[in-house]
Each structure stands twice: as structure tokens, then as C-alpha cells.
Design a binder for this molecule. Structure first.
Ligand code: ARG
Length: 663
């Protein structure tokens, strides 16, 4: 849209120039003396006049179109960083029109200024290389500043040091944005366009334990989905369950042996884990059983009725377990496992075979080689069965062609990086991915470690059950609340709610606050600590901020009204610092939309609450007399507190952390 608007602006400008030119000509022509002298006859004048009228009409039409288009632009919070990047890009390209793709380097400033443009050094270098003449970076910086357009958000710019450009943002602009935040709520930054996103996360395997790796995928995937939904994308969340592999042969064979009348009576399998272990033991030791298990897989994949029913039973038992975890964590997913792609896998194999895109390897497997990868995709095993590769190929095609996804996200442990890269490249080779249109990415994450820095396991060495993990979190959160004697002021129900919010909030937050690409040490003690960057700390911070207005006897309703009428005062340095910090939220969101690293949101929240603490120490919101009676309420400051609280609770919603009224 921005390009189109620029084009229209250009046309408007051209039309205006033409009209000016014509007006000049008309002036001459309408001057009777000059006319007489030149001997021009009236039809020419007439022609010019109609031409003029036409152009005027066109100009008005274009102007109207432009205003309409501008008003249609989605309104949203301004990301100052992005807006600055835009104006600096403009200034840099017009100051250095000969440079191809000049660097636009803009960062928040750590020192006095608010933002800093660091492009001048590279610009001077590039000009030097191109012309053979040395350029002083300060000169390059000045050249950029000379072309910088006026905007409402920049207060002051200056060249500093060897050629940095310091940018100070405008107080009135910040105040206006916060006033909008207070009256309209925290708005997401405007998107250039909305996308159809298909995100694959959680994705445990039926009949196996959902482990901490799946917990990471679940927490990260849910939070990314919430963020993308909040900014306005259309998000489809898929649970790509492992529900079609060879393990089902042995499970079904074992079920048939142990509960022969499973078709009429629901088999009492409470512990699917134990059931899985027992069938695996038989599979490994009993040849006859193994053979039957393989036959079951073939039957299942041909949808043979009894086998399919057995599969469904195991599926349901397993799913009921998974759903307990999803319910507690408030995670929503569409269940669509590997089995969903069975027919699509058949069609795909037929097409690939017809086109000669697969070949038989010495072991009799059908493989597809993908340029850049030494290990090919295994499309069928020697017995003709499909594999994890086959289902992922059919699946990516379904997401692109049937779901019409423009943005595919796979939240899967980093260990599966090569598998997914091969799948993506395979899809590119087959022409399913259009690099200009589609964004396809693996959102990888590291391993969960125990406090001993070894793989997260129970003391006996088993995988930790997620339900038990959540229970333990709950117990510890409850103990923590009791330690703070919250049980004396909260009703049992409130206690339960608070414990759940703290426990699940802390588990999610601890995961999200770490850079997902690194391994992460799971520690209840750390995540429940109410000092440091934890949900426990932030939950307390939020309830405390929210209580300021309440204790000043100012209701939410009064705050809302005040937001419409009270101008914000940002004259105290701590007020100004906090207001600017609130306005960094859209910057952070824009950045995460690019790198999908949720920890920057957590870091931001921690910063914001530290800046708040500083503000609260330096600025009275409420003044009391010696008897403790309120004598003055500073409404502008209460509104600033409210802006911080709304920002934190919006971020909480994105992170899946539930705020508690009372703590
Ligand atoms: N079920 C797999 C596992 O537990 C994860 C699936 C990820 N998604 C995908 N499309 N391959 O490792």
C-alpha cells in the first residue's frame, strides 16, 4: 500500500506541476496585449482552458482517493523504532542516491539519547570505496541529517562522537500516544498485511509420554500463536500428533491379546506407559508377536475395521491424558496427527513415482534426494510403509495448498533441524513454496536440563510426567503463598486460583524468558523466586501497581474518565523515563514478529517493572498527611501507573500468564 500511495503522490505532484505550467501559459495567453502581439486565436485558449479543467478534475479525484486510502490504513500503536527506520531510510537514500541498499542501522540508545543511528561510518566507508575519496563519517551523518524529513515524533537530532546520530523523541508525541493507550487500550502495531499462519506445536506421540521437550514446544508455540493473533494474523494451531507409526502394530497386537473383547468392553488401561512398555518387551523378544505386529500396521493403514477401532481406543486414552495438560495450561490446538495424511501420502507417492522424482535404494526403500542434503528423504520403507518424512512432505503440501498458509511455523526441538530443513528444501524443489510469498521456518529450541545440568529426568531416571510436574508446581506455589501468609487474607478459592496462576504462570514464564535456542535448566526454586525476572515477581508487581489507584480510592471508572480529560505531565525525569519505556512495547512486538524470540518480551517486562520501581520511589502518586489521610492525588501519575499495568497485562496475555486480582 505504501508503494501505491507513493506512486499516487508522485502523480499528484506531476499533475500539480502541469497545472502550474498551464496556468502560466494561460496568463500569457489571456493577456490581451500579449495575445494581440502574438496573434493567437481564441480556439487555442479554449483548448487550454478545457485541458486545465480536466487536469483540475483529475487532481481533485486523486486527492480524494489519497485521503480515503490514508484513512483506511490500519490504525495501530506506533513502533518508534520502525518509524525512525523509515524516515532514516528515506534520508539516507536521498543523501546517498548512488549507493545500492545503504545500511539503515538504528538502535535504542544506551546513553543520553533515546535512539541512535549508526549508519554514518559504513556510509562514509562505502562512499570512499566507490569514489576513491575519503569521507569523514561526521560529514556523512550531517548529509543524512540535512535530508531528514520533519516528523511529529522526533524532538531533536545531533551528530555525536565519530559520527553517531543521536535521536531524542518528542515529549508531546509520547504523551499523545500514552493518552491513546489509556483511552483505547494497548493496541498492537499496525501490520503491512495480515497473513494466514499455520503453526505446528506441542505434537507429542500417542501412547508415549508427553515429555518436557513437548512442554517447551507447547509453551513457546502457544505464546507465539497468541502474539500473532493479537497483532491480527489468522492463525491455525496444529497438533501434529505422532499417531501412525509402527508402534501401533505392537500396541494393537498386544491389546488384542490382553483384552480380547475390547470391541465390546472399554479396556481398563489406566497406565498407557506400562502398556506400551509391556508390548515393546514382547515385540523385542517374541518373533511370532513381531510378525503379527507388522501385519497389524498394514491392516491399520488400510483402515481394516477392528484394527482401526483398536487404534482409535488407544488414541482416545492417550489424548485424554494430553488434554489434561492442555486444559491446565489453557492451550488450544487442532488435533491433526500423521494419520490425517494417509491418503495424501498415497497420492503424493504416486505423483513422485510417475514423475520419476523418487528412486529405489539398495535396501529397496524409495528415497527422494534433495539438493544440499546428503541424507535423502525416505518416502517408503522396504515394506512399502510410509515414514515420518512422508507424512511431513504430505503435511507441508497440505498446509501450503489446502490451508493456503502464507506463513508456516514449526515449533520443534532443534535436534530435528536437519529433518525440517530437508522437508522445506524438498517442498521448494517441488515448486510448492514461492519464496516471494511464503515464509516457512523452524522455530527450534534447546533441551530441558535438570538442575544437575543433565537431561531432565526423575530421580529414578524415568521421563518426568507432565501432570506430575504441574502438580508439584502447584504444591510449591501454595507453600510459597502460605509462607507469605496469604492464606490468612485469601479465601480458599482465591488461594487455589492464586496458586494455579503462580504455578503455571511461573512454569511458562521461566521457559519463555530464556532464549529458546539455548538449553534451559528447569528449576522450581528459580522460577518461583519473587526476585528477579520471574512471573512470581511480575505478578506481585502488577497487583501492587493496580492497588495504587485502589488505595487512593480512585475507581477504574474514574481512571477511565480522567484519561479523557487529564493531560499527562511528563516533566519529572522518572515520569519521562517511564513513559518512554511504555512506548517501547510496540518496538519489542515488531522485533519478535521478525525473530520469534519471546524472551525479549520477558526482558522488556522486567525492565518496565524496574523502571516503575524507580518512578514509584521518586514520584508521589498520592500524598498523605501525618494522620495518613489522603490530601492529594496526582491523577497524571495514576494514569501513568495504569498505562504500565495495562502494558504488563497485555504482555501477560501473550505469554499465557494469568494475572491475579489479589495476591
Ligand atoms: N511428534 C514429533 C516428536 O515428538 C514432533 C512433530 C513435529 N512436527 C512435525 N511436523 N514434524 O518429536
Amino acid at each position: 500500500m505504501a508503494d501505491e500511495i507513493d506512486q499516487y503522490l508522485l502523480r499528484v505532484e506531476q499533475a500539480e506541476q502541469e497545472i502550474d505550467q498551464l496556468k502560466k501559459e494561460l496568463e500569457i495567453l489571456q493577456d490581451p496585449k500579449k495575445l494581440k502581439a502574438s496573434g493567437v486565436v481564441s480556439p487555442a485558449v479554449e483548448k487550454l482552458q478545457t485541458e486545465n479543467a480536466k487536469l483540475n478534475y483529475q487532481l481533485n479525484h486523486l486527492k480524494r482517493f489519497l485521503t480515503e486510502e490514508r484513512s483506511k490504513r490500519p490504525a495501530g500503536a506506533v513502533s518508534i523504532q520502525r518509524a525512525l527506520e523509515d524516515v532514516f531510510r528515506l534520508a539516507i537514500t536521498s543523501a546517498f542516491p548512488d549507493l545500492d541498499n545503504p545500511p539503515v542501522l538504528l538502535t535504542p540508545s544506551a546513553k543520553m539519547a533515546d535512539y541512535q543511528c549508526n549508519s554514518a561510518m559504513s556510509l562514509a566507508q562505502l562512499v570512499g570505496n566507490a569514489t576513491g575519496k575519503k569521507m569523514n563519517p561526521r560529514e556523512a551523518a550531517q548529509a543524512v541529517l540535512d535530508k531528514l524529513p520533519e516528523t511529529e515524533f522526533i524532538d531533536k537530532v545531533e551528530v555525536a562522537g565519530p559520527g553517531f546520530i543521536n535521536v531524542y523523541i518528542s515529549k508531546s508525541f509520547v504523551a499523545k500516544e500514552i493518552e491513546t493507550l489509556l483511552t483505547q487500550g494497548v493496541r498492537p502495531p499496525a501490520l503491512p498485511c495480515t497473513k494466514r499462519v499455520v503453526i505446528d506445536f506441542s505434537s507429542p506421540n500417542i501412547a508415549k509420554e508427553m515429555h518436557v521437550g513437548h512442554l517447551r514446544s507447547t509453551i513457546i508455540g502457544e505464546s507465539i500463536s497468541r502474539l500473532l493473533e493479537w497483532v491480527g494474523h489468522d492463525v491455525l494451531r496444529i497438533n501434529h500428533l505422532g499417531d501412525w507409526g509402527t508402534q501401533f502394530g505392537m500396541l494393537i497386537a498386544h491389546l488384542t491379546d490382553t483384552f480380547p473383547n475390547y470391541l465390546t468392553e472399554k479396556p481398563p488401561i489406566a497406565d498407557l506407559q506400562a502398556f506400551y512398555k509391556a508390548s515393546k518387551a514382547r515385540f523385542d523378544s517374541d518373533e511370532e508377536f513381531k510378525k503379527r505386529a507388522y501385519q497389524c500396521v498394514v491392516k491399520l493403514q488400510n483402515y481394516e475395521e477392528t484394527c482401526y477401532k483398536a487404534w482409535k481406543m488407544i488414541y482416545d486414552i492417550s489424548m485424554a491424558e494430553f488434554n489434561k495438560v492442555y486444559e491446565r495450561l489453557e492451550v488450544k490446538l487442532v488435533d491433526r496427527g500423521e494419520s490425517y495424511y494417509q491418503e495424501r501420502m498415497q497420492t503424493l507417492m504416486k505423483e513422485l513415482t510417475d514423475k520419476g522424482l523418487v528412486e529405489k535404494d539398495p535396501e529397496g526403500r524409495m528415497v527422494m534426494f534433495v539438493p544440499g542434503f546428503t541424507v535423502p528423504l525416505m518416502m517408503t520403507k522396504s515394506d512399502g510403509g510410509f515414514t515420518y518424512d512422508t507424512s511431513d512432505m504430505a503435511c507441508i503440501r497440505q498446509r501450503l495448498q489446502e490451508e493456503k498458509g502464507d506463513w508456516l511455523i514449526y515449533v520443534v526441538d532443534s535436534g530435528q533441524g536437519t529433518h525440517l530443513e530437508t522437508i522445506f528444501e524438498g517442498a521448494r524443489q517441488l515448486g510448492w513454496i514461492d519464496p516471494a510469498k511464503h515464509r516457512v521456518e523452524h522455530v527450534g529450541f534447546g533441551v530441558v536440563l535438570g538442575e544437575d545440568k543433565k537431561k531432565f529426568k526423575t530421580r529414578s531416571g524415568d521421563t518426568v510426567r507432565l501432570v506430575e510436574l504441574l502438580d508439584e508446581g502447584l504444591k510449591r506455589a501454595e507453600a510459597k503463598l502460605k509462607e507469605k501468609e496469604r492464606d490468612k487474607v485469601l479465601t480458599p478459592e482465591e488461594m487455589q486460583k492464586a496458586a494455579e496462576a503462580v504455578a503455571y504462570g511461573c512454569i511458562k514464564y521461566a521457559d519463555l524468558a530464556h532464549n529458546r535456542t539455548k538449553d534451559y535448566v528447569f528449576s522450581f526454586d528459580k522460577m518461583l523466586d519473587d526476585r528477579g525476572n520471574t512471573a512470581a515477581y511480575l505478578l506481585y508487581a502488577l497487583t501492587r501497581i493496580r492497588s495504587i489507584a485502589r488505595l487512593a480510592n480512585v475507581s477504574q471508572e474514574q481512571l477511565r474518565k480522567a484519561a479523557e480529560t487529564t493531560p499527562l505531565d511528563l516533566s519529572h525525569p522518572s515520569e519521562w523515563k517511564m513513559a518512554k519505556c511504555v512506548l517501547r512495547f510496540p518496538d519489542i512486538v515488531v522485533r519478535i514478529l521478525d525473530d520469534l524470540l519471546m524472551h525479549s518480551l520477558c526482558e522488556y517486562l522486567y525492565d518496565l517493572s524496574s523502571v516503575f520501581t524507580e518512578f514509584y520511589e521518586n514520584c508521589y502518586c498520592v500524598e498523605k498527611d501525618k494522620q495518613g489521610k489522603i490530601v492529594k492525588v496526582n491523577m497524571s501519575r495514576l494514569l501513568l501507573c495504569e498505562a504500565v499495568a495495562s502494558t504488563i497485562s497485555t504482555a501477560f496475555r501473550i505469554l499465557g500468564v494469568k494475572p491475579v486480582e489479589k495476591m
